[in-house]
Ligand binder design. Structure first.
Ligand code: HEC
Length: 109
């Protein structure tokens, strides 16, 4: 799921479960169909990267999708855990840098 969670949630905004539900309906999904889709996801939708795993990863992720479909639970921290922002690029740091740039221009005018 870490290969998907840059762009998808489990059960929230642009969720993988929502995408598969749209494609496969509300009945129990077929893990083989999910695996076949994932193996070709980049060809199906070029804005998605190629699936980054091997056959075994495909099977595991296919099974995990069924688990997500069944329990509907959010993926704890999926979009934020382990993500740190380089202090140079926080909103505050960028604003401060921009103010300095503007002030410097005004001085040279
Ligand atoms: C670079 C961003 C990105 C990554 C990484 C990504 N996706 Fe997507 N995916 C998207 C976008 C954007 C859409 C289209 C959303 C829409 O149209 O509402 C999409 C659509 C989908 C769809 C529906 C496709 C269709 O043909 O209608 C599925 C299923 C899906 N993603 C599953 C996954 C899975 C599973 C992973 C991880 C193995 C993954 N995606 C990784 C961006 C990504």
């Amino acid at each position: 799921m870490i290969a998907c969670s840059r762009c998808h949630t489990g059960n929230g905004v642009n969720s993988v479960t929502g995408q598969f539900r749209r494609m496969m309906g509300d009945g129990k999904w077929d893990p083989a169909a999910i695996q076949a889709y994932l193996a070709n996801m980049h060809d199906a939708q070029p804005f998605m990267p190629p699936f980054p795993g091997n056959e075994n990863d495909l099977k595991l992720l296919g099974g995990y999708m069924l688990h997500l479909q069944a329990n509907g639970a959010p993926i704890a921290g999926g979009q934020s855990a382990g993500v740190t922002v380089n202090p140079t690029y926080t909103a505050e740091a960028l604003k401060a840098a921009r103010s300095k740039e503007i002030a410097a221009k005004e001085i040279t005018r």
